[in-house]
Design a protein around this ligand. Structure first.
Ligand code: ADP
Length: 388
């Protein structure tokens, strides 16, 4: 029977999972449940052990707890796999958790205290940890944080221009998507060679979107801030806007904080600007000028923020695209790279159309790469190293 690490990534409406062979970190299977809270659906599992999940359907009305238990039950009934440890994506590590950590009662209590910093995500992450503890009492568990990768940012990249007492209370730029950036930092040397050690901007463009400026594989600046609402325009989130606009909506339009939150987190971004969809594929297929405007604004915001990160790095040695849009939309990558042509980026449109690993021209001063996102593998690696 294979000793395996279970990795769980519990999002606001999905639970992704992966099983890795403990000895070699070879992936055994991966999959996920989506649409939790609405029409929950098991999206299937891929890999050698996918057969584990070939069982009675998940109820469409499932909440997070039911969905997680459904997954855990399948693994418990397997004759092929015995869990050696579990690892979890935890969105917020606050100011103190800068590396993955073995979970005990004290750590769990500390992570509970961070719920107000990420109320839409952290409770689901912690519920998954508790569900695993209930299913396998005593199983070693490790928490890996989306914020941790950015704890290497210099102080000026972390603090806001607000009263220092508030900064001292932890109201700083944390940054997110850290597990995705960790994965890029891990694999880029094999893909980009020497350039990977230099000044790199990684564009994580999915439903959520952010950029990270790395130097010597470490984060030096990022676009998301105190929360994951900051920075780029996203599927439904507005990204950076004038805080005065928020005050105006509350003070002059009489909106409640909940109403403003709904607008900025769920009715803005690609969805809000187009009025059509939060899904880039739908907008790319649409002839509506508002769809085009939403996509143009999305690319424009990436170009503006990338310029700002280049200034913080003092130049650029490589550009990387990852996540759904970054990996698969040649058109959006092309628009972004045209906007960054001044920085020495020259795209090879044939390679770009093929989503090739390197999509720049051979003579491009700055090479451009497409790297598939993998937020589960860095967690499995952390489980292996924390457990040792
Ligand atoms: P999440 O942030 O939820 O992990 P993903 O990384 O899966 O999201 O990215 C989702 C986004 O990627 C959606 O906007 C989707 O439309 C977009 N996307 C996926 N495939 C394509 C494609 N072939 N072309 C353009 N956009 C795509």
């Amino acid at each position: 029977m294979d000793k395996a690490f279970l990795v769980l990534n519990a999002g606001s409406s999905s639970v992704k999972f992966a099983l890795f062979r403990a000895e070699s970190l070879e992936p055994l299977c991966r999959g996920g449940i989506e649409g939790i809270g609405g029409k929950a659906q098991f999206g299937g599992a891929k890999g050698r052990e996918a057969v584990l999940f070939d069982r009675e359907a998940l109820s469409e009305s499932s909440n997070h707890e039911v969905a997680t238990c459904w997954l855990l039950d399948a693994i418990r009934h397997s004759d092929h796999v015995a869990l050696a440890a579990a690892g979890h994506r935890v969105v917020h590590g606050g100011p103190d958790f800068a590396t993955p950590v073995a979970i005990d009662d004290a750590v769990l209590a500390a992570l509970d205290s961070l719920v107000p910093l990420a109320p839409a995500h952290q409770p689901h992450n912690l519920a998954a940890i508790r569900a695993v503890a209930k299913a396998w009492p005593g199983l070693p568990q490790v928490a890996c944080f989306d914020t941790a990768f950015h704890r290497t940012m210099p102080r000026l990249a972390q603090i806001f221009a607000i009263p220092h007492e508030l900064t001292d209370q932890g109201l700083v730029r944390y940054g997110f998507h850290g597990l995705s950036y960790q994965h890029i930092a891990d694999v880029l040397p094999d893909i980009a060679g020497e350039a990977a050690r230099g000044r790199v901007i990684v564009c994580h463009l999915g439903h959520g979107a952010s950029l990270c400026a790395m130097n010597e594989h470490r984060s030096v600046a990022t676009t998301m801030g105190f929360t994951a609402l900051d920075g780029l325009m996203m599927g439904m989130r507005c990204g950076t806007i004038d805080a005065g606009l928020v005050l105006y909506l509350i003070e002059q339009r009489g909106m409640t904080p909940a109403e403003v939150s709904e607008i900025l987190n769920r009715r803005s971004g690609l969805l809000g600007v187009s009025g059509i969809s939060n899904d880039a594929r739908t907008l790319l297929a649409s002839a509506d000028p508002r769809a085009a405007e939403a996509l143009d604004l999305f690319a424009y915001r990436v170009v503006r923020e990338a310029g700002s990160l280049m200034a913080s790095l003092g130049g650029l040695d490589a550009l990387v695209f990852t996540a759904g849009i970054g990996e698969r939309s040649a058109r959006i990558r092309s628009t972004i790279c045209r906007g960054l042509g001044w920085a020495g980026i020259a795209l090879d449109e044939t390679r770009n159309a093929a989503n090739a690993p390197c999509i720049s021209e051979d003579g491009s001063k700055v090479p451009v790469f497409v790297v598939p996102a993998d937020e589960e593998l860095p967690i499995a690696r952390a489980v292996a190293s924390v457990g040792r």
